[in-house]
Design a protein around this ligand. Structure first.
Ligand code: SAM
Length: 275
């Protein structure tokens, strides 16, 4: 019988955000794989957890995953933790988890904090659907390219960003997505200097101008306002027909999407034009 790999979430700042189950599992497993063993030892000491730690980080993932799989297959149960929050969410762990799945080792979640979910939950931005894209690219060109994708995004977009790049990221958002776009910056969540900025992108630039931003943060961009299409459905159909080589089926689909109408309705309109 193989052991179980427990993927255990740990606090993102406030040590009290540890679940009872997380503490018990970390006490019971044979070994804990941690991103930075010295960092995690402090958390374990706080809860008097004596289990041994082994490092598992982006530089030794491949070799370590094979070793850990061997232990699991020998019947030992292990836990995977990261420096903070939920492992595998912009943190190491994916390789180990996917390999466990491939060889039939049970993987169990021990859920808890994640900066992404904590930020979304207090942002006041729509949370019914959202996109998480991890860290924004560090270089200006990559960041601007990524932001261009979100100019018309209809879901809230969440990014992790380093504090020293916040101001440039905000300026790019104003430039690319517009100064009126609503956003939130959740900083130092669950810690003493927790702060949530909420306002337009232009207001954010002004708020952070000249400030030395410190700590960890999540940047959330509201969905783009829906653009109202110009002209009538009939005009849009006629324009696409005249200006493109698209077939009527495709034209109807595009116009229906643009106007937010059922395809059948736009199809009927297109028949009148074709006649
Ligand atoms: N796996 C983690 C999780 O589930 O939250 C995220 C790990 S990622 C390497 C670290 C990034 O998460 C930080 O750079 C920051 O963007 C965000 N973060 C972590 N803790 C945070 C906190 N207390 N407040 C705001 N953002 C935080």
């Amino acid at each position: 019988m193989s052991g179980i790999l427990y993927v255990v979430a740990t606090p993102i700042g406030n040590l009290e955000d540890m679940t009872y189950r997380a503490v018990r599992i970390l006490q019971e497993v044979a070994l804990i794989a941690a991103e930075d063993t010295r960092h995690s030892r402090k958390l374990l000491d706080h809860y008097a957890i004596k289990t041994s730690l082994i490092s598992y980080h982006e530089h030794n993932e491949e070799q370590r995953a094979a070793q850990l799989i061997g232990k699991l297959q020998a019947g030992e149960s292990l836990a995977l933790i990261s420096d903070a929050g939920t492992p595998c969410i912009a943190d190491p762990g994916y390789r180990l988890v996917s390999q466990c799945r491939r060889v039939g080792i049970q993987v169990a979640a021990v859920p808890g904090p994640s900066a992404l979910i904590a930020a979304l939950s207090i942002s006041g931005l729509p949370t019914d659907a959202f996109r998480f894209v991890g860290f924004l690219p560090a270089k200006a060109h990559g960041r601007q390219q990524m932001l261009t994708q979100f100019k018309d995004e209809q879901q809230t977009v969440a990014f992790y960003e380093a504090p020293h790049r916040l101001q440039s990221a905000l300026r790019d958002i104003v430039e690319i997505c517009g100064g009126d776009r609503q956003l939130a910056v959740a900083r130092e969540l669950t810690k003493r200097h927790e702060e949530l900025f909420s306002g337009t992108a232009a207001e954010a630039v002004e708020y952070y101008a000249g400030k030395r931003v410190k700590g960890e943060l999540v940047l959330l961009l509201s969905p783009a306002p829906k653009r109202t299409p110009e002209g009538s459905v009939k005009e849009a159909l006629a324009r696409l027909h005249a200006e493109t080589d698209l077939r009527w089926k495709e034209i109807v689909k595009q116009v229906a999407k643009e106007f937010g109408l059922p395809g059948s309705e736009v199809y009927k309109e297109s028949l009148k034009l074709r006649d």
